[in-house]
Design a protein around this ligand. Structure first.
Ligand code: ZN
Length: 222
């Protein structure tokens, strides 16, 4: 079991779970976050079908980091700090899309000392909505937080829900940005680690050609 009492695991630490080299371009600050993923077995290598339908040889499974409350709290503090650096406003609420954003959104809100609420899909319309009595005040400032941004679609939907309700979205944040920084959600955005992970169309995937078994690690049923 790892210890987070003295901070994130540092690059170069002797980790028991060696998973090979990271080829993604990351900054040194991001590397400690990725080390945490590797250390908790959340940095998977193989042959994966991403939610986008593209295939990749690696996958960051946030749920496997966030199953450790200490790690979740640490990541929440880091993301709260990054959001405040991006946007100095004091926010009243953190809003996340269910399910992926729930734990990290809760931990960001804990670090900021504000509320955390979430949106979910209406079973009939499939539209993102606030349910369960959740609401925002007109003009209330909000951060939108999820675990991983790939296209930014979920975060953009949450931002639209909040703006329609009269809230002011100060910034959006995620633990991982899988878009290489390209995703535009229509608000200032931060991520703890920005990755440029190679992804292939199925018909062009070298892993398919090698006959490697395809895994669907994501949370959404396909
Ligand atoms: Zn493939």
């Amino acid at each position: 079991m790892y210890q987070l009492a003295t901070g994130l695991i540092q690059p170069g630490d002797n980790l028991p779970l060696g998973t090979g080299a990271i080829v993604a371009a990351v900054t040194p600050a991001d590397e400690s976050v990725l080390e945490l993923f590797r250390f908790t077995g959340a940095y998977l290598e193989g042959h994966f079908r991403l939610t986008s339908g593209l295939h990749s040889d690696r996958y960051l499974q946030c749920a496997l980091v966030l199953e450790h409350p200490q790690a979740a709290e640490k990541l929440g503090k880091l993301l709260a700090g990054a959001l405040q650096e991006k946007c100095v406003d004091t926010v009243g609420v953190v809003v996340s899309p269910a399910l992926g954003g729930l734990i990290i959104g809760h931990e960001v809100a804990r670090a900021l000392g504000c509320r955390h609420i979430f949106t979910e899909r209406d079973p009939e319309s499939r539209k993102m909505v606030l349910r369960r009595g959740f609401s925002v005040e007109p003009g209330e400032k909000a951060y939108v937080v999820e675990d991983v941004i790939t296209t930014g679609g979920s975060t953009a939907e949450v931002i639209a829900v909040l703006r329609a309700a009269g809230a002011a979205v100060a910034a959006a944040g995620s633990i991982i940005d899988r878009s290489g920084g390209a995703a535009d959600v229509g608000a200032p955005r931060v991520a703890l680690a920005t990755l440029n992970v190679a992804a292939y169309k199925p018909e062009e995937c070298p892993l398919c050609r090698q006959g490697i078994r395809l895994v669907k690690p994501g949370s959404r049923p396909t």
